[in-house]
Design a protein around this ligand. Structure first.
Ligand code: 5GP
Ligand code: ZN
Length: 136
């Protein structure tokens, strides 16, 4: 299940070379070409799913289990001090490659990166309102 002209389909299925850290029948884990830190990697399913909305439950489960295993293994090998898992869906959320991928980002004390957001300051009423929107 590949999509024409999808760079991650080509990488995940070996049509374009990459620095692969792990591979099985369903996933490839590669080094990111524009890393946030040393060791920044991407989990790619070999099948094409544009984002988490399209990702089947079974692939989602397997991706998270693989992320956990890779995090433990990479932390051991790299000696990093922390780890971010990042996953962007849609242009508004910063997605630039529209083939589902999960970022594995080793963090080092004083690595100078900031993966974060500017916290808003909602009132209790605003929190209650958004809670209602989501839960009702
Ligand atoms: P997004 O912004 O979609 O969550 O992340 C896309 C990521 O893919 C970026 O971190 C970018 O550096 C990486 N990337 C884009 N093209 C390539 C490529 O051809 N090879 C590799 N290894 N990484 C890529
Ligand atoms: Zn694809």
């Amino acid at each position: 299940m590949r999509e024409d002209n999808c760079i991650f389909c080509k990488i995940a299925n070996g049509d374009i070379p990459s620095k692969a850290l792990y591979e099985d029948n369903e996933f490839k884990v590669i080094l990111d070409l524009g890393p946030a830190t040393k060791g920044h990697a991407l989990i790619l399913p070999k099948n094409h799913y544009a984002n988490i909305y399209d990702l089947p439950d079974e692939a989602a489960s397997k991706a998270m289990l693989l992320a956990k295993k890779m995090t433990i293994h990479m932390t051991d090998k790299l000696g990093c001090d922390g780890f971010n898992l990042v996953q962007n869906n849609g242009k508004a959320a910063g997605q630039t490659v529209f083939h589902f991928h999960l970022h594995l980002i080793p963090r080092y004390n004083d690595d100078g990166q900031t993966l974060g957001w500017k916290p808003l300051e909602p009132t209790q009423e605003e929190l209650e309102e958004i809670k209602k929107v989501i839960t009702e």
